[in-house]
Each structure stands twice: as C-alpha cells, then as structure tokens.
Design a protein around this ligand. Structure first.
Ligand code: DX5
Ligand code: ZN
Length: 229
C-alpha cells in the first residue's frame, strides 16, 4: 500500500446486499472503487450489530484494492489478530472505544496492518496529538456511527485542523458518513483524501446491474476533484 493524497473512493458495504457481499465487493472494485470500507459493529460501542472478522476473511478474495476495516467495537485489542488474519490492510479503531488508544495503535501496526484512528463528531481533533506518529489514517466521522444513510454533519473545521496537525506525515484523512457528490467537495477542499460512501455508491444498482455503482463513484470523485480544477 503506497501513500498518496489523491482522492480515493471507498464504498461501504454496509449499504450493499448482505446476501451477496462477495459479488458486491467485486462489482464495486470493477466499477472503480479504490478501497472497500468494511464496517464492523458490536451492538455495544454503537447501537447496531453488523458482522465480524469471519465475514472480512470471506470477502477478502473479492476485493482487488485496499480492505479498509472500521471497527466500531469495544474492546478492540482482543480482536486485532483476527482482523490481521482476515486480511485487513487498514484497521481503524475509535479513540472513544477505550482508555489505551496508544497501545491499540501499536498493536495494529505490530500485527502488520496500517493503523487508523476514528473520531466521533463530538471528539476534537487535538485528541490525537500524542499519537500522530503512530497512525497511517485518521477517520473523521461526519455522522454518529452505527447506521448508514444518515445526514452529513459538517466537520470541515476539524478536517482543516487535522490537515495542519498532520503536516508532512504520510497520514490519510478519511471521511465517513453522508458523503455524496454535494458533500464531497466540502471535505476534499478541507483536506480529506479517502471518501467513504455507502448509500451514495450502492444507490440504484445491484450485482446484476452494477453500472450505477460506477456512475455514482465517478460522480463523487469528479465532485471532489473539481475542487482543484
Ligand atoms: C457509519 C459507518 C459508515 C456508513 C456510511 O457508522 O461507519 O461507513 O456505512 O454510510 P453512508 O455513506 O450511507 O452515510
Ligand atoms: Zn465506517
């Protein structure tokens, strides 16, 4: 996984057909997805349950790009090895999930993955001041985590602060929640490079008719890249 700040579109399979995850991942990749975003929820840290490491392992062969696993679980540490074995490239833990984010990030890198830290809308940018050299990605939640299809919460000021804090470090800024062709330019202009989108990618298509996924991905990418035109 090489580092660059170009716009990456990361469809979230939370909005895909749960009976067809493998085919949905292949279709999204074939239609231009750069990363596949995989939302793991435990019904404890967030008020919803999705799936776990076994599902990640099952879909891994169907993903040609980066498998980006977003853990919305607490605790995190007992499961890190399982997600490494499942083939996660990036493993992101919430800073709010426990008192030992520093140890968690060390353990994620120690298990051979890129380490991400996610910030809920109510958590300030400076909460990660002391772990900036331990991360490869910061995920700025633009909804309260737990469900797809929620309304975008404007976090552009936090994104700008993070961009300045990161400086020259090879750290991605990922945005998760309510990203579509309208909100993508706001976050790209503020400094984001990885755009997660569930509803806005899987809208209108299916595994038997995946062309709309491609149109949706291209629309989000064009809107985000338009900022620099
Ligand atoms: C929310 C998840 C998101 C979600 C995004 O807890 O982390 O990844 O799937 O869905 P949309 O793009 O529909 O807001
Ligand atoms: Zn997510």
């Amino acid at each position: 996984m090489s580092f660059d700040r170009s716009i990456k579109i990361a469809p979230s399979i939370l909005a895909a057909d749960f009976a067809n995850f493998g085919a949905e991942c292949s279709a999204a990749c074939a239609q231009g997805a750069d990363w596949i975003h995989v939302d793991v929820m435990d019904g404890h840290f967030v008020p919803n349950i999705s799936f776990g490491a076994t599902t990640c392992a099952a879909i891994r062969p169907h993903i040609s790009g980066v498998m980006d696993v977003h853990l919305m679980i607490a605790p995190v540490d007992p499961y890190i090895e399982d997600f490494a074995k499942a083939g996660a490239d990036v493993l992101t833990a919430h800073i709010e999930a426990g008192p030992h984010i520093h140890r968690t990030l060390q353990a994620i890198r120690g298990a051979g993955m890129k380490a991400g830290v996610a910030l809920n809308p109510g958590t300030p940018a400076h909460a990660i001041d002391e772990v900036l050299d331990l991360i490869d990605l910061v995920c700025v939640m633009t909804v309260n985590p737990g469900f797809g299809g929620q309304k975008f919460i404007d976090m552009t000021s936090k994104i700008r602060t993070l961009r300045a804090m990161i400086g020259d470090r090879p750290v991605h800024i990922e945005i998760d929640g309510g990203v579509d062709p309208t909100t993508a330019p706001l976050v790209a202009e503020a400094g984001a490079d990885v755009l997660v989108a569930g509803s806005a990618v899987f809208l209108g298509g299916s595994v038997s008719d995946p062309a709309p996924y491609g149109e949706n991905i291209r629309a989000i990418r064009a809107a985000a890249e338009g900022v620099w035109a």
